[in-house]
Design a binder for this molecule. Structure first.
Ligand SMILES: [Ca+2]
Ligand SMILES: [Ca+2]
Ligand SMILES: [Ca+2]
Length: 282
């Protein structure tokens, strides 16, 4: 039953940008949480104008939101050329108002971290291995009085940790968290069991503070490379119009014509296009 509801309320956007097709799923809370769970003190609430979101009020080391059931966000990212995960954040309080009367209420700053967990690579005493990215380091009520989208885009087939990413779950972690021996970034995101947005950076320590924190529009956008790269105009057949479109793109230094993906426009792109054209479409 629930799956049917999920399917109906998933925002499905198909955009053709050059040769990559993009697909986006958004959980906007207007029809329920669709698998997203908030830490202690989280409830679905409404702004009075019909927009629902998740609001968390708690004394805690940090708030977090996770999903391990909504398959639109989980599983194997490797078929995708790029993946973007984001959330809208609005903050009323991150401060010391949990302290007894008489203490000064000091506004605080926290980070927003995306963590992608993989249970298959759990190593030793860890329950999972993960990769994580610090999206923002200046979460505060002053900086986020209104909902603002925060997210990150990455190449799920990168074997190295992309710039800014960290790994967690390895036992050789004397100098901070690392991936388990033998696991790459691509390995972890080839089987995502849980997606987590948290204010707690794995390498940092926090005191108990007071949070009034809201989130909306958990979103994943994936892009896939065309099965037929020489079909420049995406009409399913290879002909003069594709050659013409390639030449125009090449002349305009449009990334569409950068067949070697190196940012340069030269003989090698023409050669790669001709090869792809000769190879035909599947
Ligand atoms: Ca909403
Ligand atoms: Ca074509
Ligand atoms: Ca090139």
């Amino acid at each position: 039953m629930k799956n049917i509801a999920y399917t109906l309320c998933i925002g499905f956007v198909s955009i053709t940008t050059g040769h990559a097709a993009a697909q986006t799923t958004v959980v906007d809370f207007d029809t329920g949480a669709q698998g997203w769970i908030g830490s202690n003190g989280s409830v679905l609430t409404s702004d009075g104008n019909g927009n629902q979101f998740m609001r968390t009020i708690d004394e805690t080391f940090g708030v977090q939101y996770w999903n391990n059931t909504n398959q639109s966000f989980l599983g194997d990212y490797s078929p995708y050329e790029s993946v973007t995960l984001s959330v809208d954040v609005q903050i009323d309080k991150i401060d010391t108002s949990n302290l007894p009367e008489g203490f000064t209420r000091i506004p605080l700053t926290r980070s927003l971290v995306l963590e992608l967990r993989n249970n298959t690579y759990a190593d030793g005493f860890f329950d999972y291995a993960s990769v994580f990215f610090v999206i923002e380091t200046n979460l505060s009520s002053a900086n986020y009085p209104d909902f603002t989208t925060l997210g990150v885009t990455f190449d799920p087939n990168s074997t190295e940790l992309p710039a800014g990413w960290g790994g967690f779950g390895g036992s050789d972690d004397a100098n901070g968290p690392v991936l388990p021996a033998g696991a790459t970034f691509a390995d972890i995101v080839a089987n995502v069991d849980e997606v987590v947005f948290t204010t707690r950076v794995p390498t940092e320590f926090y005191l108990l503070n007071f949070f009034e924190f809201s989130v909306d529009n958990f979103s994943i956008t994936t892009t896939t490379q065309s099965q037929c790269p020489a079909d420049i105009n995406d009409d399913g057949s290879l002909n003069f119009f594709d050659v013409s479109a390639f030449l125009n793109a090449f002349a305009a230094a449009d990334p569409l014509a950068d067949f070697t993906g190196d940012g340069q426009f030269n003989f090698f792109d023409v050669s790669a296009f001709l090869n792809a054209f000769s190879a035909g479409c599947p």
